[in-house]
Design a protein around this ligand. Structure first.
Ligand code: NAD
Ligand code: TYD
Length: 349
């Protein structure tokens, strides 16, 4: 049985991924390590806490001793590293934690994996690893920077991140790559476009707009609202990660996206229409500093080389997502009370 360490598994994508893996692969044991920041929520994993092949451990990926203990106790053979500070607006306010978690945390995981996975850990020239081990770094298309009105991100592009968040993710990608080149560590990096779906924290565009719209609150659109993002349903992201985990070639980077570019204002208007509300709720607010204009993913490498394809259309995915938020008002209520109120007032009022 493979023992997979999933970090950040109480967050949006990590929790969806754990559900996906437990459903599709009963042969694996999932060890979820999450420090439970404001974005980590064990309610995202309700219903699976007591499953036999699942274990939650509250720990910080920067805590070398704790991570070492987890590798010994659970004989970890695979790492899927989701743990991160993930919100661009927060990174503009307070960049430092983005650097420590996203970069140093990744390096602690890599170092520990190297120690346990190398056939001869004391020999610095040894590039032989135990069979079947893999370190999968979950990255983002934001590491490439911004596009103009044409073109798409391909894996070979130089990294030109613009926000403290994307700069920290790009730094982590480079460290992961270096562990492959220098130490021969079997790694993959995935770079996905913007995700949407159930359990997304309502500070990100889609859940924030759905929640505000349900509650007849202003819908704060940054700048002219014509920025473009390339949206993918979270379950399609999870199936792509599963594919890379099983079929990805050592050292390779894979872009993940569903060819689904939308302007922010299109998304906001779709949510308003679906919920039967008025466009008068739209409020154009000051633009985000350094706001990336457009992201678009060329997914031809993962589709042609690994045979992955997204299952959702955007229309189906959004319909289902809006319904999910309407049916899970308790989940949202628990999140938007407390600290989130303070964050919201600081950012938007
Ligand atoms: P999220 O903010 O919802 O979840 C992050 C999780 O990491 C939380 O549960 C948090 O408690 C945990 N965490 C934070 N710091 C930690 C630490 N020091 N130690 C242990 N756990 C820690 O984020 P998400 O949207 O689920 O994103 C997950 C990953 O996917 C991130 O690495 C992000 O960069 C990447 N990604 C996200 C998107 C997107 O659209 N959301 C797109 C592409 C890539
Ligand atoms: P976000 O969900 O924060 O993802 P990212 O910045 O990582 O792409 O934002 C998506 C887009 O929506 C981005 O162009 C910023 C914009 N946006 C708004 O216009 N208003 C908001 O309140 C938020 C949170 C985002």
């Amino acid at each position: 049985m493979k023992n997979i360490l999933v970090t950040g598994g109480a967050g949006f994508i990590g929790s969806n991924f754990i559900r996906h893996m437990l459903e599709k692969h009963q042969e694996y044991k999932i060890i979820n390590v999450d420090v439970l920041t404001y974005a980590g929520n064990l309610e995202n994993l309700k219903g699976i806490a007591n499953e036999q092949n699942y274990k939650f451990i509250k720990a910080d990926i920067r805590d070398r001793k704790k991570i070492d203990d987890i590798f010994t106790t659970y004989n970890i053979t695979t790492v899927v590293n989701f743990a991160a500070e993930s919100h661009v607006d927060r990174s503009i306010e307070e960049p430092e934690v983005f650097l420590t978690t996203n970069i140093i945390g990744t390096q602690v995981l890599l170092d520990t994996a190297k120690k346990y996975w190398k056939v001869n850990p004391d020999d610095k020239y040894c590039k032989q690893y135990k069979p079947g081990v893999k370190f999968l770094q979950i990255s983002t298309d934001e590491v490439y920077g911004a596009l103009g009105s044409t073109g798409m991100f391909v894996e070979a592009m130089p990294l030109l991140p613009n926000s403290p968040y994307s700069a920290s993710k790009a730094s982590a990608d480079l460290i992961v790559r270096a562990y492959h080149e220098t130490y021969g560590m079997p790694v993959n990096i995935t770079r996905c476009s913007n995700n949407y779906g159930p359990y997304q924290f309502p500070e990100k565009l889609i859940p924030l707009m759905i929640n505000n719209c349900i509650n007849n609150k202003d819908l704060p659109v940054y700048g002219d609202g014509m920025q473009v993002r390339d949206w993918l349903h979270v379950s399609d992201h999870c199936s792509a990660i599963d594919t890379v985990l099983h079929k990805g070639a050592d050292g390779e980077i894979y872009n993940i996206g569903g060819n689904n570019e939308k302007t922010n204002i299109e998304i906001v208007k779709l949510i308003i229409k679906t919920l039967g509300k008025s466009e008068e709720l739209i409020k154009y607010v000051k633009d985000r500093p350094g706001h990336d204009r457009r992201y678009a993913i060329d997914n031809s490498k993962i589709t042609s080389q690994l045979g992955w394809a997204p299952a959702y259309t955007f229309e189906e995915g959004m319909k289902e997502t809006i319904e999910w938020y309407l049916n899970n008002t308790d989940w949202i209520y628990n999140i938007v009370s407390g600290d989130y109120q303070m964050y919201y007032m600081k950012m938007y009022d």
